[in-house]
Write a protein that binds this ligand. Sequence first.
Ligand code: ZN
Length: 133
Amino acid sequence: MRIDSRDGLWPDPPESPESAAFVAAAREGRFLLRRCTACGKAHWYPRALCPHCLGETAWEEASGRGTVYSYTVLAREAPARTIAYVALEEGPIMLTSLVSCDAESLAVGQAVTLVFERSQNGTPVPCFRPAAG
Ligand SMILES: [Zn+2]
C-alpha cells in the first residue's frame, strides 16, 4: 500500500507565540528544536521551560535525521496515512507522520529524514520519509 505525500492537504496547525520561531525557520527549510541550557537535554515539542528540569531553553537547528520508534498505518482512510513516533538523532521522540513510502516496507528502527510538507494554508508541517540509501 502506497503512502503518498499530503503536501498542501494537512490541517492547519494551531498558531502560538511559542511556535512562531519554529514556523519561520521551517519556511526556510530549517528544523528547530529547543534544548535546555541547564540540563542539556533537547525536547519536542518546543517549550520555553525544560520538561525535564524546568530550566531555560534555547533554539538550535536539528539534523532532521531519526529512526522510527513506533508507527501505525491508517489503511481504512482514503488516502491511507500513518501516525508515527520518530526518535530524533538529538534524543526527543516526536509524534509525526511518515509520507512518500510503501506501508509494507516500513519497520521500527528504520532510518528516516525530515521533510516539510504544507498545510492547507501553507504552514510547514514536519513529516518524515525513509532515508535514502
Ligand atoms: Zn533541563
